[in-house]
Ligand binder design. Structure first.
Ligand code: 4NP
Length: 164
């Protein structure tokens, strides 16, 4: 099982959207038995809360139901256990690195490293803006989700699935 963790600040906007969109892409390829997906926030403001209604609605229109997700805070053990620890922006990345046990400092990466279009390298925080910010987040995330899945298939799943 390849384990993927998406991380933002509050775990109610960007990272749950990334979780839902990436799960949708994984299911589309019939790979859900090979990939475990989760999300978390670097801060504790929204623990046990569902995703922001704007994030839920944006994901729903895309085709992903994220209403059942609940906020949680990232912990050191996550960085040890997950194969991919993907931060939405540099502030999240810096906070993740502070949690790293020695030797794992390079494990957290920016999620948009996997984007194909690479217009920007951070997913902007949409919390204090309007709907267009959520739409932009969804576009960036879906682009990177496809690049991430291609990376996982190439590095981890070729032998297991028997696909080329
Ligand atoms: P997220 O967005 O990090 O994408 O979940 C935010 C959610 C909550 C807050 C900031 C950003 N907040 O300040 O409460």
């Amino acid at each position: 099982m390849v384990k993927v963790l998406f991380v933002c600040l509050g775990n109610i906007c960007r990272s749950p959207m990334a979780e839902g969109v990436f799960r949708h892409r994984v299911q589309e390829q019939g790979l859900e038995e090979f990939v475990f997906i989760d999300s978390a926030g670097t801060h504790a403001y929204h623990i046990d809360e569902p995703p922001d209604p704007r994030a839920q609605e944006t994901a729903r229109r895309y085709g992903a139901d994220i209403s059942g997700l609940r906020g949680r805070q990232v912990r050191t053990r996550d960085i040890e256990e997950f194969h991919y620890v993907l931060a939405m922006d540099r502030e999240n990345l810096a906070n993740l690195r502070k949690l790293c046990s020695p030797g794992l400092i390079d494990k957290p990466r920016l999620f948009l490293e996997f984007a194909r279009e690479r217009r920007v390298d951070e997913v902007p925080d949409p919390y204090f803006g309007g709907q267009s910010g959520f739409d932009q987040v969804l576009d960036l995330i879906d682009d990177a989700a496809q690049g991430l899945l291609a990376d996982i298939e190439q590095r981890h799943l070729r032998e297991r699935t028997g696909r080329r």
